[in-house]
Design a protein around this ligand. Structure first.
Ligand code: FE2
Length: 283
């Protein structure tokens, strides 16, 4: 099974000046079974930005694409509406008991005019079958409306856990925009809660983005006897910050002893793109 991991495209003012068609050509040269997009597809969660991001994602030559929202995609009270309209029309998981939710702005004021969707958290499950192996992808929304730092609601995790318990799968992946092992100046405040969720569901593979810096870290909990790897991608196409990397990751034979992790950097050169690829082996 081969995975393509992209993140932090930031369509809108923060999107890069590089040529998207050349980038798409490169992305489509990899034989991906699943494409994972770990969020911040937009800059300010405007409809026009969601539309541009959605159109880019639809041009990726893969049937199995899973995208989650990032903090930038939650800067709009219509974020859920736009996410479902332009990115993926997923079925949002609703909390078992809404009175137990403690995340800020998780429910919008019912008196706000014109907003169809008052529940703002975008958590869902996706299922894929690749070469006879069933994969359950758990997608958590680690962002609060209007905030850059992250928070995951415990009642939502309880509800997602209940949904997972009804599923049959061979492998489980977790996607979350904010990292849980290393962090930056806009961290996920209760990352420990997500780590407990990872242990509870024996999740070994965790994908994220957010900090625009590549890192791949394996954590082992000696007490619970559980290990997981955090795959943190850099930004694919956000060029306004000097440290931005403009990169994506292709995991060939993902999870196997033969896994090759291709880190592909896209360097903008006038009207063209130059790609620099390094391959890291799993062990
Ligand atoms: Fe982010």
């Amino acid at each position: 099974m081969n995975l393509l991991h992209i993140s932090d495209m930031h369509f809108g003012p923060r999107h890069w000046q590089g040529n998207n068609n050349l980038l798409l050509e490169k992305l489509n040269s990899y034989a991906a079974d699943i494409v994972i997009n770990t969020g911040d597809s937009t800059t300010d969660a405007l409809e026009i930005e969601f539309e541009a991001a959605g159109s880019f994602l639809k041009s990726i030559d893969c049937q199995n694409i899973v995208s989650i929202p990032g903090n930038h995609d939650k800067r709009n009270m219509r974020s859920v509406e736009y996410f479902r309209q332009y990115i993926d029309d997923i079925e949002v998981i609703r909390p078992l008991d809404r009175d137990n939710c403690s995340k800020n702005n998780i429910f919008l004021d019912a008196n706000v005019n014109g907003i169809k969707e008052r529940f703002t958290d975008i958590n869902f499950l996706k299922r894929f079958i690749i070469e006879g192996v069933s994969i359950l992808v758990v997608c958590l929304d680690s962002s609060e409306l209007y905030q850059d730092n992250g928070f995951v609601d415990k009642e939502i995790l309880r509800t997602v856990s209940s949904a997972i318990s009804k599923e049959k799968y061979d492998q489980i992946f977790l996607l979350n925009h904010h990292p849980i092992l290393d962090t930056d100046s806009d961290p996920l405040f209760n990352s420990r809660t997500v780590i407990e969720f990872v242990i509870d569901h024996s999740i070994e593979h965790f994908f994220c983005g957010h900090s625009h810096q590549l890192s791949m870290m394996r954590s082992t909990d000696l007490y619970h006897k559980h290990s997981f790897t955090q795959y943190k991608n850099g930004s694919l196409s956000s060029a306004n910050t000097p440290n931005d990397t403009n990169m994506f990751i292709y995991y060939k034979n993902f999870g196997s002893a033969e896994m090759g992790i291709h880190v592909v950097r896209a360097i903008v050169e006038d009207d063209s793109l130059r790609f620099k690829e390094e391959i890291i082996t799993a062990n």
